[in-house]
Design a protein around this ligand. Structure first.
Ligand code: NAD
Ligand code: UFG
Length: 356
């Protein structure tokens, strides 16, 4: 039985994707350094799998290690080949992802994001594994393009921070690799917009080890009384209510997009393809906060502060290409995002209390 390697698979997006792949009966091996995740996530995914109704569940294993380490990768690829469970597909989630941190510490972003990719590609090629899904980002687009209307995959690329530069460069590396030998590589760059939400079981969700700075983790800090009020960055943007508009995509819809991409790649000729993964719907920061309060019947104090450097008023995907080519359609609403985030937060507080 072939194996799918999920590099960085215990993180936020990887863990949800693993749960979906395993429920579909696919075998998954995670390699993760635990730089921004914990081993407990592996056991939580196993729990999800035990509860799942699906009759054909895949095998799930985990190796702790750094994806930059070629020797370590080579050993694992070899072991899986000899056991007849050769690694045939790689989903590359591994990397560092904080825009702000990347400005302060660009070298570690270049080191981790680029070298994980180069090591993976090198060892994949050695073992004739040429199918790859890469976690790219909407940050690769030019700022001005993002500001006005929905972006298509053909919109101009020009990131403005080190994190975005690494994603842009990796896309270039992948393009060069795929062109070096046509008819060999099947590669998809999934440009995620704003992934949020959690698994509906409440067993896994977003649990950053570092200081959170994205909207939902900050909002949860206020809910958990670790912060008095949520700071909203900017009330005077040229948008429907003055706050920024984003394409918030439920992480389970995103996870399902990986399965659909896998099917697409394997059923088509070798190629490299870029796909925007978002809902195509824009929600303002204030709308999201209102929805969170109404759905969960909670209080959520906030204050308006100045604009955050590097923010754009409007970032929404034109997802026509993904909808057309993939057997995929995002189905979860903003209310689902709020409900699932709430459930995960309640369960996660309990987990953290137990650990203390
Ligand atoms: P995450 O930090 O939760 O997950 C990344 C995982 O990679 C973590 O488990 C971490 O421990 C692991 N990792 C980091 N360096 C590693 C290394 N050298 N070797 C092995 N494992 C390593 O992040 P996420 O939100 O799940 O994002 C996954 C991918 O999607 C990242 O590449 C990120 O840049 C990209 N992305 C995320 C977002 C977002 O908003 N979450 C948006 C666009 C793109
Ligand atoms: N925001 C606040 N207060 C906060 C945190 C965020 O008002 O405490 C606002 C931001 O100003 C922005 C919106 O909420 O207007 C969303 O901000 P996030 O930090 O959650 O997300 P970004 O849109 O800035 O960036 C995210 C990921 C990137 C990814 C990008 C793709 O962090 O990795 O989406 O569009 F590349």
């Amino acid at each position: 039985m072939p194996t799918i390697l999920a590099a960085g698979g215990l993180g936020f997006i990887g863990s949800h994707t693993c749960a979906v792949l395993l429920e579909k009966g696919l075998n998954v091996l995670v390699i993760d350094s635990l730089e921004n995740s914990v081993e407990d996530v592996f056991y939580q995914i196993k729990k999800i799998l035990n509860f799942a109704k699906s009759s054909k569940k895949g095998n799930f294993s985990f190796r702790k290690g750094d994806v930059r380490n070629k020797e370590f990768l080579r050993k694992i690829f070899k072991e899986y080949k000899l056991s007849g469970n050769q690694i045939e597909i790689v989903i590359h989630f591994a990397g560092l992802k904080s825009v702000g941190e990347s400005v302060l510490n660009p070298l570690s972003y270049w080191d981790v994001n680029i070298n994980t990719t180069i090591s993976l590609l090198t060892i994949m090629d050695e073992f004739k594994c040429n199918n790859l899904i890469f976690s790219s980002s909407a940050t690769v687009y030019q700022l001005e393009i993002l500001m006005n209307k929905k972006v298509t995959e053909e919109s101009k690329l020009s990131p403005i921070n080190p994190y975005g530069n690494t994603k842009f460069t990796i896309e270039k590396i992948l393009s060069d690799v795929s062109q070096s030998e046509s008819n060999k590589w099947r590669i998809a760059n999934l440009r995620y917009f704003n992934p949020v939400g959690a698994h509906e079981s409440g067993l896994i969700g977003e649990n950053p080890k570092d200081k959170p700075n994205n909207l939902l983790p900050m909002l949860l800090k206020v809910i958990n009384k670790e912060k008095k009020e949520l700071s909203i960055f900017g009330s005077d943007w040229p948008t429907k209510d003055g706050t920024c508009v984003r394409d918030f995509v439920h992480v389970m819809d995103l996870a399902e997009a990986h399965v659909a991409t896998l099917k697409f790649l394997l059923n088509n000729e070798p190629q490299i393809i870029n796909l925007n993964i978002g809902t195509g719907e824009g929600t303002s920061v204030l709308e999201l906060i209102d929805s969170f309060k109404n759905t969960n019947k909670c209080d959520l104090p906030y204050v308006f502060e100045g604009r955050r450097p590097g923010d754009v008023p409007y970032s929404v995907a034109d997802n026509t290409k993904a909808l057309k080519l993939l057997d995929w359609k995002p189905s979860r609403s903003i209310e689902d995002i709020c409900k699932d985030t709430w459930r995960w937060n309640k369960a996660n507080i309990k987990i953290n209390e137990k650990l203390i």
